[in-house]
Design a protein around this ligand. Structure first.
Ligand SMILES: NC(=O)c1ccc[n+]([C@@H]2O[C@H](COP(=O)([O-])OP(=O)(O)OC[C@H]3O[C@@H](n4cnc5c(N)ncnc54)[C@H](OP(=O)(O)O)[C@@H]3O)[C@@H](O)[C@H]2O)c1
Length: 294
């Protein structure tokens, strides 16, 4: 272990958009017992319980950060009702395996979920007490995964996030970098004035994960910014903050939906008061977070 490392943490999904930022910011503090499907040296498929259990048995970690998921929403839609498809297998069966391994080894599970567990019909901000109501297969599989976690005997924490973006660019392009690229290249689609979401600044969310490891706080938390933005206003904020030249044109989700087969949540903004009042640091307002994006 490096000097300064306080302990080990078992991780899944550390190579992804969200996980790799947590790794970047906290590799001086934690050593990672990682389970990566794409690892060349030691690939671990979370849908395989014996592979998962081998990592758990060798690890002294008290906490498990579970970020791995099948995250392609359109790809998941094409697998609707298919319980042999990767969306169901990774999100539900994979999570069952992580939960079972946590229960057998007495570890704290930190599970990352999504605002897509809601149908998007709320006008305001979703609360943790609102019932899950998924309308497409990705959201459905993530909702089942939450049920597996929240009914388990292991200590658990669930964080729901929405439209995560990070300060630096990453191969899987996040919502903010897509808008910046679209404005710079003149390819930005019309931005909906009637679609709303609650962006999540991944650099801050990495600190939220660290907080849950060090405080062992359990329960369900909405971990987005707690703000509600339309696509149009969000793109305009990015354009103005970064002084970009491209034009933000207005569009309507209601028109777009006429051309789309899969359902689309109209509003996924989350109320994050519960988390904010528990944290021992502050989350940046979105207007400040956008200034940090490179
Ligand atoms: N991105 C979003 O817009 C968004 C929004 C809300 C919530 N979330 C949630 O946030 C979490 C992280 O999302 P992300 O966008 O960072 O994910 P991502 O970039 O798509 O990466 C997915 C991760 O899952 C791992 N994985 C997939 N199948 C696996 C398997 N069978 N065994 C082991 N690992 C497997 C991948 O590992 P390899 O690279 O090694 O294959 C990768 O690290 C997920 O739980 C997601 O549902 C994401």
């Amino acid at each position: 272990m490096n000097e300064g490392v306080v302990g080990s943490v078992i991780t899944t999904g550390l190579s992804g958009l969200v996980g790799s930022k947590f790794e970047q910011l906290f590799s001086d503090k934690y050593s990672f017992d990682r389970m990566d499907a794409s690892s060349k040296e030691n690939p671990i498929d979370i849908t395989n319980f014996s592979q998962v259990m081998e990592v758990f048995q060798k690890s002294s970690a008290k906490s498990v950060v579970h970020l791995a998921a099948y995250t392609n929403v359109t790809g998941a839609w094409e697998q609707t009702d298919d319980k042999t498809g990767p969306a169901y297998l990774v999100n539900v069966e994979g999570t069952k395996n992580i939960v079972r391994a946590c229960e057998e080894t007495g570890k704290h599970l930190i599970h990352v979920s999504t605002a897509y567990v809601f149908n998007g019909e709320n006008d305001g901000l979703y609360l943790e007490t609102d019932s899950m109501s998924p309308i497409e297969w990705y959201g459905q599989t993530k909702a089942w995964a939450e049920e597996v976690v929240s009914s388990s005997k292991t200590p658990w924490t669930i964080f729901r996030i929405d439209q995560p973006f990070r300060s630096d660019s990453f191969p899987k392009v996040d919502v903010v970098h897509k808008i910046i690229n679209g404005l710079n290249e003149g390819t930005l689609y019309p931005q909906f004035t009637d679609h709303f979401f609650g962006p999540t600044f991944i650099d801050d969310f990495a600190k939220v994960i660290d907080w849950s490891i060090r405080t062992q706080t359990t329960g369900l938390f909405h971990a987005s910014s707690g703000e509600k933005w339309s696509d149009f206003d969000f793109s305009t904020l990015i354009k103005e903050t970064h002084g970009l030249n491209g034009e933000v044109k207005a569009g309507m989700l209601s028109d777009y939906l006429k051309t789309l087969v899969r359902p689309y949540q109209r509003n996924t903004a989350l109320n994050s008061e519960k988390l904010r009042s528990a944290l021992d640091f502050s989350l940046l307002p979105i207007s400040e977070a956008i200034k940090l994006v490179k």
